[in-house]
Design a protein around this ligand. Structure first.
Ligand SMILES: *[C@@H]1O[C@H](CO)[C@@H](O)[C@H](O)[C@H]1NC(C)=O
Ligand SMILES: *[C@@H]1O[C@H](CO)[C@@H](O)[C@H](O)[C@H]1NC(C)=O
Ligand SMILES: *[C@@H]1O[C@H](CO)[C@@H](O)[C@H](O)[C@H]1NC(C)=O
Ligand SMILES: *[C@@H]1O[C@H](CO)[C@@H](O)[C@H](O)[C@H]1NC(C)=O
Length: 473
């Protein structure tokens, strides 16, 4: 049955953490953190809890839950602004409010800001309901999460006796979407927003994702990209015979069944996953020419054998001989993000693109590969029609990227990050937008580093100027 997620270990956007990205099929954005033991020990150190409403939209529902947050007043100067890093689909840590490896902390220091971070409901240890039944998960929406944020901010104004403070929200990836949407939906509470690598358009069939991956390889080295294409075609052709399937299992160290279209999509997903994450993050977003060179060398080592080359690339990226395989969903890790994709966002990565099929990966991952997963995992709560309708409803609620109506919002995106395809890239009235050539996902959120590509350093200078302008105006 199609109850699988693909899992890959990867640096999280907050460098000190090593996280595991569970991808509901090929949709991600989901970065549920696997904590190191040191981090697990500090997980509850100074984080606090806030009495939060379970349902902001039903006045008759008086239930509350404990939502975790962190605060740091060290940099605060009376009259200064309030910054909040919005938790996305992860466990938050107190260190988010002081690590010198996050760029927003440098901004907070300079601005004299009081800083907060708030855990997203149904992630980490913030649970409005004790279980993950569809009945409980109906409270798991971005709309409720934004209302949480609004209620939290209003309460902190009272708690810290903040007099008309300028609240500026920050966030990356889905947290960036929330940051932009928070300013759009609660403009009286929130003064301005920075949204890093934020998808603003929900879409069931996210076929543009692999187009960006393909473009990134073609722009770097056309010959290398074409050999990868040959490698993918060879996988497809070997899948046609039992002998070929045995060969694929051997060279990729793959132990799952390869019979039938779904199992074959699983194999392609497992091969693509490390390659996609490598492009998305580009060595922590710091530009990745060195590793791209290495990948192209591996792919081309044996001129006659692009399939072997592809297996070497995957082994190099996953740092192990065995290809990471589809992994059964764990009770809480992937499931709550998967719910959000079925219930609100889609974001399913597919090969439904002529450009991709002609130049990179054959048409092996149809959209129903992921949509059917919603049906299977949540026992017929969803079907094809409802998944599409949910995504339409999300775009109607937040207005999509063309009609996004927030102002005093800054969008920052990396050109190599496939998620930029769903974000806002052009400045417009009230909206600033920065696109960073050569950068990956959320690279701007990391503090300056000597290995940074110059384009990221320059982008941070622009972010600095815009945020300080908001603080001072
Ligand atoms: C942290 O707190 C949560 C909620 O109170 C608890 O369930 C969890 O076990 C604690 N974790 C650690 C590492 O102490
Ligand atoms: C607040 O930030 C300061 C300066 O980085 C740090 O030393 C301190 O541990 C932080 N406090 C909390 C509660 O995180
Ligand atoms: C998706 O649609 C195709 C063609 O309509 C069908 O063959 C396949 O079984 C469906 N389901 C999955 C999970 O691919
Ligand atoms: C799913 O719904 C979409 C949107 O209505 C439609 O275009 C598509 O054909 C449907 N797919 C299936 C397999 O019913």
């Amino acid at each position: 049955m199609s109850r699988f997620l693909l899992a890959v270990e990867i640096l999280s956007i907050f460098v000190p953490l090593v996280s595991t990205f569970f991808t509901p099929r090929l949709s991600f954005g989901l970065d549920h953190i696997r904590l190191t033991s040191q981090e697990a020990n500090e997980i509850n150190d100074t984080l606090l809890t806030f009495d939060q409403k379970v349902d902001h939209f039903d006045p008759n529902n008086k239930d509350t839950y404990l939502q975790r947050y962190g605060v740091n007043v060290t940099f605060y100067k009376p009259g200064g602004p309030a910054f909040i890093l919005i938790g996305h689909e992860v466990t938050i840590l107190q260190r988010w409010t002081h690590t010198d490896r996050s760029y927003w902390i440098a901004l907070a220091k300079e601005a004299g800001a009081i800083i907060f971070t708030l855990e997203h409901r149904f992630f980490g240890y913030s649970w409005p309901k004790p279980d993950l039944s569809p009945e409980s998960l109906k409270f798991h929406t971005s709309r409720q999460a934004l209302a949480d944020l609004n209620a939290f901010i209003l309460a902190q104004n009272v708690a810290f006796d903040l007099n008309n403070p300028k609240w500026i929200t920050f966030g990356g990836s889905y947290g960036g979407s929330l940051s932009a949407w928070a300013r759009e939906k609660y403009p009286d509470t929130i003064y301005a927003a920075v949204a890093s690598s934020a998808p603003i358009e929900a879409v069931v069939d996210f076929s543009a994702y692999l187009e960006v991956v393909s473009d990134t390889f073609y722009n770097f080295d056309k010959n290398c990209a074409q050999r990868l294409h040959q490698g993918f075609l060879a996988v497809q052709s070997e899948l046609q015979t039992p002998e070929g399937q045995e060969k694929l299992k051997r060279i990729f160290g793959y132990h799952s069944n390869l019979e039938g279209p779904e199992a074959q999509s699983d194999l392609f997903g497992s091969i693509l996953n490390p390659i996609m994450l490598f492009i998305q993050y580009g060595e922590g977003g710091r530009g990745h020419a060195t590793k791209l060179t290495k990948i192209c060398e591996l792919e081309s080592a044996d001129e006659k054998n692009p399939l072997e080359g592809l297996a070497n690339v995957v082994a190099f990226l996953t740092k192990r001989k065995l290809l990471l395989r589809a992994k059964a969903i764990e009770p809480n890790n992937g499931r709550t993000w998967l719910w959000q994709t079925c219930n609100e966002f889609g974001f399913y990565i597919t090969t439904n693109s002529k450009k991709v099929v002609d130049n990179f990966v054959p048409d092996v991952i149809p959209v129903n590969y992921s949509v059917d997963n919603c049906k299977n995992v949540f026992k017929d709560v969803f079907n094809n029609a409802t998944v599409y309708a949910n995504v339409d409803s999300t775009n109607a609620y937040y207005h999509g990227r063309k009609k996004y109506s927030g102002t005093r919002v800054l969008f920052v995106n990396g050109k190599n990050d496939p998620w930029h395809a769903l974000s806002i890239l052009e400045p417009r009235e009230g909206v600033d937008a920065i696109v960073v050539e050569g950068a990956g996902h959320c690279a701007d959120m990391l503090s300056d580093n000597e290995n940074d590509i110059p384009a990221i350093t320059a982008a941070r200078k622009q972010i600095h100027a815009i945020v300080m302008k908001w603080v001072k105006e």
